[in-house]
Ligand binder design. Structure first.
Ligand SMILES: Cc1cc2nc3c(=O)[nH]c(=O)nc-3n(C[C@H](O)[C@H](O)[C@H](O)COP(=O)(O)OP(=O)(O)OC[C@H]3O[C@@H](n4cnc5c(N)ncnc54)[C@H](O)[C@@H]3O)c2cc1C
Length: 345
């Protein structure tokens, strides 16, 4: 059985902030993009790791949270109607006789384009999951590995697991909202920064949250909804802790995965690129954002935005040498404005 192949101008691997901005830059030049991401929503690290934290170094945005930034990048890209293929990993890449690249995803989707953009950031990342026996039973309704919307936890009984900055930060942020909050950590020493640990201990002294040193040894509830968890403390006590949401924040596993098998010139977990075009050592394959490296590289969102702008112009000239490339400013170029859908406004 042969699957249908979707043919497009540019395939972007990674729908993080840099991949999203590449859609905008490509759209101005009239290029259509398809994005693949193994997460179930666009946004990369901004959404997965710090959606509600303020970022202070995006030009012209004195402060913007990770989520706001992604919402705005999505809005900015929307005139160009990018196609998202989420919850699937970019698995293999093969050159076709016509010079196009064919990408196969972990779900068997086939995409083909003359331009591949690797905007894979730190790689595919997935939360480290605790080895609880009944985890699958409660995962959908009652176990969250990230906070997407703080309001969801208002007046709820929360149990956070972990001893690093992520677990401690969320314990501090959620304790004013929650009906009760218990932080469970398997050791008496935390891995978080000194200030964060002190804040957590202060909140404990003030009765705003409860810290337990030990392990979760059972999950109890009905129809996927937890009612409580059992904690065995380091002293051997068995405690029943009421719980609506269990939140294991035990770090993320990250790996470039199949990208390392595509014959690109790698430097540890980064792809070497030509700084003037962001092309890799393979014709038609470009890399931008956190995943790429070159002398003087700075891993910041703003750097990735610049790389996207340079990359699309270079990729356009390579893939469509006979087409005229629109240039100039969005303020004055009527072609750009037409593509943005604002020509007569
Ligand atoms: C806590 C924290 C705070 C930060 N604060 C700032 C800040 O204040 N300012 C700043 O400029 N930067 C900050 N950063 C860094 C910033 O988030 C990154 O520079 C930025 O996210 C890089 O964007 P990206 O699009 O290149 O990659 P990412 O955001 O990592 O997105 C890459 C995407 O590619 C996907 N992917 C990877 N491999 C595959 C594959 N094989 N198949 C399918 N999908 C794949 C991943 O799932 C991911 O969604 C911070 C980072 C962290 C962790």
């Amino acid at each position: 059985m042969s699957s249908k192949v979707v043919i497009t101008d540019m395939i972007i691997i990674g729908a993080g902030p840099v991949g999203l901005f590449a859609v905008f830059e490509a759209g101005l030049l009239g290029l259509k993009c398809h994005l693949v991401d193994n997460l179930d929503r666009p946004g990369g690290q901004c959404i997965e790791l710090y959606p509600e934290k303020p970022i202070y170094d995006i030009p012209s945005r004195p402060t913007v949270t990770g989520k706001q930034l992604i919402d705005d990048l999505m809005a900015q890209a929307s005139p160009f109607e990018p196609a998202f293929h989420l919850s699937q990993q970019a698995s293999s890449l093969d050159r076709q006789p016509n010079g196009n690249w064919r990408l196969t995803t972990s779900r068997g989707l086939l995409l083909e384009a003359p331009i591949i953009v690797v905007a894979a950031g730190a790689g595919s990342f997935v939360p480290k999951k605790p080895p609880y026996k009944k985890r699958d039973e409660f995962e959908e309704k009652s176990i969250d590995y990230a906070v997407y919307r703080m309001e969801k936890y208002r007046d709820k009984k929360l149990v956070i697991v972990g001893g690093g900055d992520s677990a401690l930060d969320w314990a501090i942020s959620l304790s004013p909202l929650a009906q009760s909050l218990t932080l469970v950590h398997r050791r008496e020493e935390f891995r978080g920064t000194y200030d964060t640990v002190q804040q957590v201990l202060k909140l404990q002294d003030a009765g705003k949250l409860n810290v337990l040193y030990g392990n979760i040894t059972d999950l109890v509830g009905k129809d996927g909804q937890l009612s409580h968890v059992q904690v065995t403390t380091l002293k051997g006590e068995e405690l029943k802790v009421e719980c609506d949401y269990l939140m294991p924040f035990m770090g993320l596993k990250v790996s470039l995965g199949p990208i390392t098998e595509w014959g690109l010139n790698l430097d540890k977990r980064h792809v070497n690129v030509d700084q003037a075009s962001f092309v890799t050592t393979a014709e038609g394959i470009y890399a931008i954002g956190d995943v790429c490296t070159y002398p003087g590289k700075i891993k910041l969102i703003l750097t990735g935005f610049y790389e996207a702008a340079v990359m699309v112009r270079s990729a356009f000239k390579y893939a469509f040498p006979d087409r005229k490339m629109a240039g100039g400013y969005t303020t004055t170029n009527s072609v750009f404005q037409e593509r943005l859908g604002i020509a007569d406004k």
